[in-house]
Design a protein around this ligand. Structure first.
Ligand SMILES: Cc1ncc(COP(=O)(O)O)c(C=O)c1O
Length: 371
């Protein structure tokens, strides 16, 4: 699905030198590469402050801790997402309130958000899924009307642009109260281990986030609140400093792969190619088709026999997962999400295809769905 080795080899001298510099410095924790990355990435994202942390799940948890939610407070998020989004809500003893997604963009449906708001609602967590932003203009309007925070889960859409109706262009992840991301190796901006970050505009909130992420420590050995230990290693920051320079190029390569797939599958009745929202660029963290009238598991097996990997993101909706069972949400509660879980199929997408590989994938894919 993702070929990280040739990507590393293309930038190996720079990466190896950056890692060696950290090794020689022995500043493995909070070394200068971390601050440099936070500053350079903040400039790229157009956000005042970035706080790096250990992974994207921690970033979500730290955001909710810093915003001071109390047990029982309600947090609205999408029913079709990776488990991490709901996991941190539940871990903090907050109440996850799931809402339906748009069948075309797969992102949270603003009308469904509005219907789920109660007096205990504190925040909306839109997920910018598969490389494309949720409808932030509509979500921000709802949040302002009901005085709610917006925590953007931007683990999958680093680098995507949102264009507002007035023409203002911003990076996904930077328009809510706080945004979060993941640098998991397969992400659009991935490090060589775990990593994450929070995007913040407000100085007070940024300060609080830094305290929460550092054991709740306000001065050395002074802890005014309970925090967590969540840091981006200096080696990972040094790697990200190299890879940040290539992020836009990586997005372009992914978009070229998506264009190739779109053109090859045009008019193929058995699939619906990804819909690109008018308000967001799509940086194609995943290339996800909807399959109609073909047995998806059989198709995956046959693709696999021909050496073509495919994945289902995500096979089971959150509300039907054992850990998140809730009497509020029975089977049938989220028909769009449930249908997506039955019909989506992601094909390989990354920055390093060799000549002929994409042709091989589309030829075989078309043959199999038409047979
Ligand atoms: C939508 C979403 N949110 C959060 C995360 C969590 O990120 P991490 O794996 O870095 O903890 C992921 C990672 O896959 C994700 O896809």
């Amino acid at each position: 699905m993702v070929d990280l080795k040739p990507q590393y080899h293309r930038i190996k001298p720079e990466i190896d030198a950056a890692i060696e510099e950290v090794l020689e410095s022995t500043q493995f924790i909070k070394g200068p590469a971390v601050k440099k990355f936070e500053d350079d990435f903040a400039r790229y994202m157009g956000v005042k402050d970035i706080v790096a942390c250990a992974n994207g799940t921690d970033a979500l948890q730290i955001a909710m801790m810093a915003l001071g939610y109390q047990p029982g407070d309600e947090v609205i998020t999408a029913s079709f997402t990776y488990v991490a989004t709901a996991e941190v809500i539940a871990l903090l003893k907050l109440k996850p309130v799931l809402v339906e997604v748009n069948p075309d963009t797969f992102t949270i449906d603003p009308a469904a958000i509005e219907a789920a708001i109660t007096p205990r609602t504190k925040a909306i967590v839109p997920v910018h899924l598969f490389g494309q932003a949720a409808d932030m203009e509509a979500i921000l309007k709802i949040a302002a009307k009901h005085k709610l925070h917006v925590i953007e889960d931007n683990a999958q859409a680093t680098g995507a642009d949102i264009t507002f109706r007035d023409g203002r262009k911003v990076k996904a992840g930077t328009v809510g109260t706080v945004g979060t991301t993941s640098f998991f190796p397969s992400k659009n901006l991935g490090c060589y281990g775990d990593g994450g970050a929070l995007f913040v505009h407000n100085d007070e909130l940024a300060k609080k986030i830094r305290v929460v992420a550092n054991h709740g420590q306000t001065q050395q050995y002074v802890h005014d609140e309970i925090g967590v230990n969540s840091r981006l290693d200096t080696i990972q920051a040094a790697i990200l400093n190299v890879k940040l320079k290539y992020l836009d190029d990586y997005a372009l390569r992914r978009q070229q792969v998506a264009d190739f797939y779109d053109a090859a599958f045009k008019g193929l009745a058995q699939v619906q190619t990804p819909v690109r929202a008018s308000y967001s660029t799509h940086v194609f963290h995943q290339y996800t088709l909807k399959i109609n009238g073909t047995n998806r598991d059989e198709l995956r097996n046959k693709l696999s026999e021909r050496g073509i990997p495919s994945m289902i993101y995500y096979p089971i909706p959150l509300h039907l997962q054992k850990a998140y069972r809730d009497s509020r949400y029975k089977e049938g509660a989220f028909p769009v999400t449930e249908q997506l879980c039955k019909s989506v199929l992601s094909l390989p997408i990354h920055t390093e295809f060799e000549p002929g590989q994409l042709e091989y994938i589309v030829e075989n894919f078309k043959q199999l769905v038409q047979s």
